[in-house]
Structures are given as C-alpha cells and as structure tokens.
Design a protein around this ligand. Structure first.
Ligand code: IDC
Length: 341
C-alpha cells in the first residue's frame, strides 16, 4: 500500500505560519494556526500495528521518519528545546528515538537520573507533537536477559509517568548479540507485560538476533522469528543497517521479512557499522526506497555532534547552539534532513 503522508505539507505550512505570526508580533495566532494543531501526533493519533504495518488511529498505514538521539549519557546537550524545534519544525520529523544506554556509563550507574533525563526529553518531544521511541539501549553484554531487572524498573517508571499519553513506542532491546532468538523471545515475554500494565495499547518493538539484523549477522535470517513470533499483540521487530557495511544480503532479507513481519528500523546509518567512515548514499537510498515502498518507519543514528561521520552535526554545534545553521550539518546530516521532511 502507498505510504500515507498526504497531510505532511499542510502541517509544515501551518507550523511555518504560526511562527511567522509570532515573529511578526501578532498577539494571538488565529484558531487552528498554532503548532500543536498540525503535528504528527495530531494528524495520526495513537498508532498501532495492523497486519505488517504501523497504522494511524483510523487504520491507515503510516510511515514515521525521524532521528535517534546518541546515548543520552554523552550527548544530552544536543537534545534541547531549540534543537527539537529544528528537528520537528525545520526538518519535519515525526518521531524521536530516545536512547538510554544501560551500560557504558548509562542507566545502571544512576537509574533515577537517566529516567528523569529520558522523561525530560519525552516531555519536550511531546510538546512538539512527536512520537517517541523509548529505546532501552542494551548493547554490551548482548544478552538482554542480563538486564531484565533494570529494564523492568525503567519501563515501569516510564509507563507510570507517560502511560496515559498516545505517543510512546517502546523498544525493549536495542541490539541483542551472541544470543538465540529463543532467549530474546523469552526476555520479550518477561518485559512486555510490564509495559502493557502501564500503557496497555502501546506498540512494543522487539530487537532481533545478531545486532538487530533479523539474524543475518549470526548466519540466520527472519524465518526463526516467523516460525516463533513473540506471543503478544501490537508488536514490531527491529532491523538495523549501516549502508556502507550491510549490502545486498541485508537488503534482500529486509525485503523478504517485510512481507511477513511488522518492522521498524529504529537505527541505521549511511556509513559503516562503526557509525563512522565514508557514506554510501547510493546504497542508503536503495534502503530508504524500500522502506518507503513497504511503509516501514525509521529513525536515523544519530542527532548529535559526535565526531563520527554518522552524527548529523559538526563537533561543537551543540555547545554553540547552532542547530539551525545549515553549515553545522555534516554530509550525512544534510542528506538525512532532506529525506525526513
Ligand atoms: C556507537 C556510537 C559511539 C559509541 C559506541 C558505544 O556511535 O559513539 O562509542 O556506540 O557503544 C550500533 C549501536 C550504537 C552504535 C552504532 C555505531 O546500537 O550504539 O553507536 N551502532 O557504531 N549498532 C550498529 C552501529
């Protein structure tokens, strides 16, 4: 089915108009012109999985496009009211993925701090009518079961705060590695009920084997999931790719899997799997064309000014607050901005 995006241009025009009125010193914007009336969330309402697609409240397939933060333990200074204005209104994003790392100085070092930080960002994204993918960024160790107690605590706290909102999507395991699909599936069966207790109608995204490659990086493929899907409704599965590293075999797998499984690409880069190195925009475009054809939502890695080529901003941008300056974008940043809106 064709992607359902007809209201996007209208939304962007309305937002621009609201800003123009404010800039011109208008005391009040006319009814209907305020930014919140024309956001992705206002357009689509609560999303849910229908068949293999993500659908809006009326049951029409939607493709959400946006950015992932970098690890919030390193780059919280890149996620501010100003930078999110740029992402939501200048770039026209629908969705922000908030990456709470578990290890590497993340959540496990101070659960309260990182829950508050994720909450602060969720609130800011919500004010702009964005969807939020709440990413439990487990990476090393690769077995998600190693962090089940922490994951349970995190999702219980987040759903207690935000479970009555319509815009949260929960990603329970960023990139499992060195574990079987069975182990990932067991973890999903432990954590999903916790989320559903606080946010019953939410979409939950489940990581896949081999760094969320649908198993390909471990010599497997999507059939292990098709044969033993997670035993819950409103579920999607994660596929991640880095276009300069992951070429035909990965693209073919994605295309095949999209016929059977609801997928959400919560992370990808136009460069190598290190998030660095040269961009392969040709391969990246082939991926994005497929994602558009199949109505698969995506968030790109990453909305920060890290030195690597996959961070959209040049180093120093976040300290200077220069997010709106087109000169602050790296090559990958410019490329992805042009494909979000
Ligand atoms: C990378 C970051 C890098 C950081 C590293 C730490 O770009 O700054 O030092 O993580 O683990 C993933 C991961 C994601 C990686 C990214 C790029 O989910 O955390 O970010 N990547 O390597 N999977 C494939 C690539």
């Amino acid at each position: 089915m064709a992607p359902h995006r007809p209201r996007r241009p209208a939304r962007r025009r309305l937002v621009t108009m609201a800003f123009a009125l404010v800039a011109a010193g208008a005391a009040t914007a006319p009814a209907g012109a305020a930014a919140p009336a024309a956001t992705p969330l206002a357009d689509y309402g609560r999303v849910s999985v229908c068949g293999t697609s993500l659908c809006d409240e009326s049951g029409t397939p939607v493709q959400l496009r946006g950015m992932s933060t970098h690890g919030t333990q390193w780059y919280e200074q890149c996620v501010t009211d100003e930078s999110l204005d740029v992402l939501a209104y200048d770039w026209g994003a629908d969705v922000l993925r908030v990456s709470t790392y578990v290890q590497e100085g993340g959540y496990e070092t101070n659960p309260q701090y990182y829950t508050d930080l994720a909450s602060r960002i969720i609130e800011q994204a919500t004010e702009r009518g964005l969807y939020v993918v709440v990413d439990w960024h487990m990476l090393t160790p690769g077995d998600p079961n190693a962090n089940t107690a922490l994951a349970t605590r995190f999702f219980r706290d987040i759903t207690a705060r935000f479970g009555d909102q319509d815009n949260l999507i929960y990603e329970i395991a960023n990139e499992p590695s060195g574990v079987s699909w069975q182990a990932i599936r067991n973890y999903a069966h432990d954590v999903i009920p916790v989320i559903r207790e606080g946010d019953p109608d939410s979409v939950v995204i489940v990581g896949t084997r081999g760094w969320s490659s649908l198993g390909v990086s471990d010599g497997s493929d999507e059939s292990e999931i098709v044969n033993a899907p997670v035993n819950a409704t409103n579920i999607m599965y994660t596929f991640h790719f880095y276009a300069a590293s992951h070429q035909e075999v990965y693209l073919d797998t994605l295309e095949r899997a999209a016929q059977d499984l609801p997928l959400f690409v919560t992370e990808f880069g136009t460069q190598e799997y290190t998030g660095d190195g040269p961009n392969d925009f040709g391969m990246s475009q082939r991926y994005l064309d497929l994602l558009e054809r199949e109505n698969i939502s995506w968030t790109n890695w990453n909305f920060s000014d890290d030195f690597r080529s996959g961070a959209v901003f040049e180093p120093g941008t976040c300290d200077d607050g220069d997010w709106a300056d087109p000169g602050a974008l790296k090559e990958a940043g410019e490329w992805i901005r042009d494909r979000i809106g």
